[in-house]
Design a protein around this ligand. Structure first.
Ligand SMILES: Nc1ncnc2c1ncn2[C@@H]1O[C@H](COP(=O)(O)OP(=O)(O)O)[C@@H](O)[C@H]1O
Ligand SMILES: [Mg+2]
Length: 261
């Protein structure tokens, strides 16, 4: 583990937008918290969808991911409580959008988040997730450099495999240069529609190619998942019986099971 004082860190990444990174960050984190785990979600996307999705207003955030990255605030003082037991958030402040430009001129620019996580001196978490922006940007490189694991969310659509190969190459390069201990957590298929032939074909392809790296559980397309953020709650607090809520609870169990074996 890279950050013993903090806990195991999992980056949720894919350079494509709209493939379920944020939905997975919020709902996997909330499901694990409901399963008695102490969880921290770090919102590293300037759009701040994980922040608003957990009911926190980005405009009210003074010390968030940006301040922590730039070394202006400590991680400990910037973590906020959410309305949900055992679930904590490092919110994305509005100024995170400018960080790409400002980071470029910093020494050790790829290591900023890693350093901030190393310096954490609060109560330990069972799991820490990082919701990455939809690009292989400096922010994503910071996330992958600071993480023990990467979870890739993949929408089962036509170009899915192509984007995945590119992402796997980037992960390999990060491993060579910046973080040799970065391990693959797994690939989670999202927005799966098993009545759709293409979705099924892509799922078969990805499973044939990546084998046990692919989560057995899948996230189906479910309207409750897209509604929940507008209420500022994880889907289980919007409709616990929905297919989406049940799927993320199953993924949370598989996630925990994967590190027992
Ligand atoms: N399984 C799903 N079923 C239905 N809608 C979903 C599902 N997963 C995500 N969405 C919706 O799709 C959009 C993109 O998802 P999001 O998690 O924000 O992707 P990313 O963070 O990768 O850009 C959002 O509007 C979200 O509510
Ligand atoms: Mg997102």
């Amino acid at each position: 583990m890279k950050h013993h004082g903090l806990g195991p860190v999992v980056a949720i990444a894919n350079q494509k937008g709209g493939v379920g990174k944020t939905t997975t960050s919020i709902n996997l984190a909330a499901s694990l918290a409901a399963l008695d785990q102490r969880v921290l979600l770090i919102d590293l996307d300037p759009q701040g969808n994980s922040t608003s999705g957990l009911g926190v207003n980005q405009k009210d955030v003074t010390s968030g991911t940006y301040g922590v990255l730039m070394g202006e605030y400590s991680l400990k003082e910037s973590i906020v409580d959410t309305d949900f037991n055992r679930l904590f958030l490092l919110p994305a402040s509005m100024d995170l959008a400018g960080s790409e430009v400002e980071l470029v001129s910093e020494i050790g620019r790829e290591l900023k988040l890693n350093q901030a996580l190393d310096e954490y001196n609060g109560e330990r978490f069972d799991f820490v997730f990082i919701d990455c922006p939809p690009a292989l940007s400096l922010l994503t490189v910071n996330a992958l450099t600071a993480s023990d694991y990467v979870m890739v969310t993949l929408q089962t659509e036509f170009y899915a495999m192509e984007g995945l190969t590119q992402l796997m190459d980037s992960i390999r390069r990060i491993r060579q240069v910046l973080n040799e201990s970065l391990a693959m957590d797994g690939i989670l298929l999202t927005m799966v529609d098993r009545r759709n032939n293409l979705s099924t074909l892509v799922e078969q392809d990805v499973r044939a190619y990546f084998g046990s790296q692919v989560y057995e559980e899948i996230i189906p397309r479910n309207v409750r998942l897209s509604e929940a953020p507008s209420y500022g709650v994880p889907v289980m607090y919007h409709d616990v019986r929905s297919k989406g809520a049940q799927a993320y609870l199953s993924v949370a169990r598989e996630f925990m099971h994967r590190r027992e074996v």
